[in-house]
Design a protein around this ligand. Structure first.
Ligand code: SF4
Length: 163
């Protein structure tokens, strides 16, 4: 996997103060995307052991609420294995933190992936410029959903995350 950045104290991409991993690679090509630089799967840097340590050290602070995977698309097929392994590790090492993930795919199409076992919140769907709404929390367009993953899996129907 390749990545562009690790943001260590982010307040815009989920609840609380979060660490954000911005991965490389996205094929959704949404018009008006804020991060087209992240579309190239070969862009950015390799996510090597140094990056892994940097990420874990950033998470290992009392005031951090959790990790957010963004990009790019963390669920581009080439990113799924590494992002799943990271989510699993974060869940085990920092059980009181939450794991959020942004993807251009719809929940219904990815709900059976292993990573769903580790996610707390999924923001799904592509960014649609004509549905842009700057008042929305954590997402860009009104088609995107902020999904409470554990409750959705438990009830077998979409449950949105309560603000
Ligand atoms: S899914 Fe996200 S990163 Fe990919 S093109 Fe759409 S807005 Fe950009």
């Amino acid at each position: 996997m390749r990545y562009h950045n690790i943001t260590k104290e982010d307040m815009l991409n989920g609840d609380g103060l979060r660490v954000v991993l911005w991965v490389s690679g996205c094929t959704h090509a949404c018009e008006g995307c804020q991060n087209p630089v992240t579309w190239d799967l070969c862009g950015g840097l390799p996510f090597d052991e140094t990056a892994h340590e940097e990420l874990m050290e950033a998470l290992d602070r009392d005031f951090i609420s959790g990790i957010t995977f963004s990009g790019g698309d963390p669920l581009h097929p080439q990113n799924i294995p590494d992002v799943t392994a990271l989510a699993k590790e974060v869940k085990a090492r920092f059980p009181h933190q939450t794991i959020w993930l942004y993807t251009g795919y719809l929940y219904e199409d990815i709900k059976d992936l292993e990573i769903m076992n580790y996610l707390d919140v999924l923001i799904d769907g592509p960014f649609i410029l004509k549905l842009l709404d700057k008042q929305l929390h954590w997402k860009g367009s009104s088609n995107q959903r902020t999904i409470d993953v554990p409750k959705t899996r438990q009830l077998g129907q979409i449950v949105l995350y309560d603000l």
